[in-house]
Write a protein that binds this ligand. Structure first.
Ligand code: MF3
Ligand code: CO
Length: 263
């Protein structure tokens, strides 16, 4: 065992796990369940439905597939699904009184554990007809995600992903959140490395085949500053500008990135 007291230099970043093919298979399964949940929630979203109902349905679908909700109990989070509306960026609570209305945009973030392996993905969807600005924000955020995934290649570095997101989003006149980041994912929801949505090309850990990353741009129309509501969870933009969030879990392979959470 290392004697921590004798270590004078700071420890480097924790080791990034390389997943075996059988582990990738379980992650594929977990993420397929997440993708199915998000797809079904997207289908039923309409004015009048409550975030609480969505949470219930998400958990039912996952359990029906032999999975458990991954977020419930994680750092004390009390629900299975995060439902973040308009200026809510992430970690919105699915409360009964949070009733969706025409014109809202709503971010749905879900995680499922299947045989010990975790799937994690998020989408932002419109409720009925939304403003052109909201429509554009969702488009830019989703496009930033797909551009970023393209950079998840052997030999590239983590911040090649980060840089791509920031560059694209800022070119479109929007901003990226700094206070939350993407992450490695596997048997734990959050594993090394952190995958920020901002950064410099050529920086950060080098990507290797078998690394599994949750890439999750959080994009806002105004300032990137956020605050946490008194509920202790909901992150909202300080200026109450709109926010969108898209997330996929991907595996780096010798043939390029494979999206695990695609339906
Ligand atoms: N997708 C989010 C993340 O990776 C969801 C976490 S919500 C929590 O951080 F409640 F589980 F923290
Ligand atoms: Co995540």
């Amino acid at each position: 065992m290392r004697k921590a007291k004798l270590v004078k230099t700071p420890r480097g970043p924790a080791k990034i796990k390389i997943k075996a093919p059988w582990e990738i298979n379980l992650l594929r399964k977990a993420n397929a369940i997440v993708a199915e949940v998000l797809y079904k929630l997207k289908e039923i979203i309409a004015p009048g439905i409550s975030a609480w109902e969505l949470n219930k349905i998400a958990e039912e679908i996952a359990r029906g597939r032999g999975a458990l909700p991954a977020f419930k109990g994680y750092r004390g989070y009390p629900f299975s699904l995060c439902v973040s509306v308009n200026e809510e960026v992430v970690h919105g609570l699915p409360l009964k009184e949070k009733v969706l209305k025409e014109g809202d945009i709503v971010s749905l973030d879900f995680g499922a554990v299947y045989e010990g392996y975790i799937g994690d993905a998020a989408i932002t969807v419109p409720v009925g007809k939304v403003s052109p600005e909201a429509e554009r924000l969702m488009e830019v955020t989703e496009k930033a995600l797909y551009k970023a995934i393209e950079k998840a290649r052997v030999g590239n570095r983590v911040q090649d992903i980060s840089y791509t997101i920031q560059k694209f989003v800022e070119k479109k006149g929007y901003n990226v959140i700094r206070d939350f980041v993407g992450h490695g994912v596997g048997q734990s929801l959050h594993e090394p490395p952190e995958v920020p949505n901002f950064g410099k090309r050529g920086k950060g850990p080098r990507l290797l085949a078998g690394m599994v990353l949750a890439i999750e741009p959080m994009v806002v129309t105004g300032s990137h500053e956020i605050e946490i509501l008194p509920d202790g969870w909901t992150a909202v933009t300080k200026d109450r500008g709109l926010a969108a969030h898209f997330e996929h879990s991907i595996v780096v392979t010798v043939k390029g990135p494979e999206i695990l959470s695609r339906l």
